[in-house]
Write a protein of this length. Structure first.
Ligand code: NAD
Length: 338
């Protein structure tokens, strides 16, 4: 298991089946660390591991049979390079509510300036100047991606009596909200929240052009994947006072930073440093999943995936190598497209 933190180990140790042994590694999996996998059957990886073609081929040559992703997203796995070599399974839904609730926490923190008030009162500064917020009640929230997390977030926003509109590449009749085109969502929303996966066709789906169409003062929330937003264009939108606030749990260049204690280091990423210096930007380091319920479910489901794989069972949690989850996906028909 790569990129292991104490909180991962706690749950994987607690739920470990008798016939499984794990070697925990703290470094991330990449071209320099994959030689550690020689002799293992399974590699358990996480969101900032780099499973490119070289790594996949190396794992395959070492006899690794399964990549067990401890995440829902698998954009960091070269799935095409895995085809006919190594199976990939994931934990598709460990706790949509964990991510949706963190998104709402970021939004409320920003809207009510809680991050500012927290620091002030600790300094015995009880002034309210500059802490003016706004009500969520009645605001239009644009949700991009209405899967498990998007739906949980929609429910929360409806609880605040917001009007919810949505854009999804594959709209669902089960979702009770108005679907609109992406441009319309940009134009109409007071708050925009990203809940779609990062794929080849939506890289930088929020960029300078999209931001220029947005309402002045729009709040942008991203708890999905960093590269959905062009961070330099976001910075520009903030400087031009189009974007009123940005709350980010993910960042395009997060892989060498997030999950690590970098205090005392010089931050080399000027865009991130500038974003962090803005009073209306809140950044958490890919923390949205980090609840007791989600960590338990990640460990439980990863063990189940490994057991299903070695028992020869077809599983919905296996990543489809050919059609990448379009309508006629074989995995959904409980076939194996490997
Ligand atoms: P999901 O598969 O249930 O839903 C994704 C939705 O996005 C689907 O409705 C799909 O049709 C839609 N979609 C796909 N491509 C799209 C596109 N180009 N434009 C618009 N919509 C598109 O996934 P989920 O469980 O809701 O998770 C969503 C994302 O959240 C994951 O892919 C992952 O990147 C991210 N995530 C982040 C954390 C975190 O800790 N920050 C944790 C878990 C998941």
């Amino acid at each position: 298991m790569f990129d292991t933190k104490s909180y991962d180990r706690k749950y994987f140790d607690r739920l470990m089946p008798e016939n499984v042994t794990i070697k925990y590694f703290t470094p991330k999996l990449d071209e320099t660390t994959y030689p550690l996998c020689n002799g293992f059957d399974v590699v358990a990886a996480f969101v900032n591991d780099d499973l490119n073609k070289t790594v996949i081929d190396g794992l395959y040559n070492f006899g690794v049979k399964l990549i067990a992703m401890r995440s829902a997203g698998f954009n960091n796995v070269d799935v095409k390079a895995c085809y006919k070599k190594i199976h990939v399974m994931r934990v598709p839904s460990y706790s949509p509510e964990a991510v949706a609730e963190h998104t709402a926490a970021l939004l409320l923190t920003s809207a009510r300036r809680i991050h500012k008030a927290y620091n002030r009162t600790r300094d015995f500064n009880f002034s309210l100047s500059g802490l003016e917020g706004f009500n969520l009640n009645g605001k239009t929230v644009g949700v991009i991606g209405t899967g498990r997390i998007g739906r949980a977030f929609i429910d929360i926003m409806k609880g605040f009596k917001c009007k919810v509109i949505a854009y999804d590449k594959f709209p669902s009749k089960e979702v009770d909200c108005e679907y609109v085109e992406l441009n319309d969502l940009f134009k109409k929303s007071d708050i925009i929240s990203l809940h779609c996966p990062l794929t080849d066709d939506n890289f930088h789906m929020i960029d300078r052009k999209g931001i220029s169409q947005m309402k002045k003062g729009v709040i942008i929330l991203n708890t999905s994947r960093g590269a959905l937003i062009d961070a330099e264009d976001l910075l520009d939108g903030i400087k031009k006072r189009i974007v009123g606030a940005a709350c980010l749990d993910v960042y395009e260049e997060e892989s060498d930073l997030f999950f690590e204690d970098k205090s005392g280091h010089i931050l080399g990423d000027d865009v991130l440093a500038r974003l962090l210096s803005m009073p209306n930007v809140i950044i958490t380091s890919h923390q949205a999943f980090l609840t007791d319920e989600a960590l338990y479910e990640i460990a439980r489901c990863t063990y189940k995936n490994i057991a299903d794989f070695f028992d020869g069972k077809n599983s919905d949690n296996e990543v489809c190598y050919r059609c990448e989850k379009v309508e006629d996906c074989k995995i959904k028909k409980r076939e194996n497209c490997f």
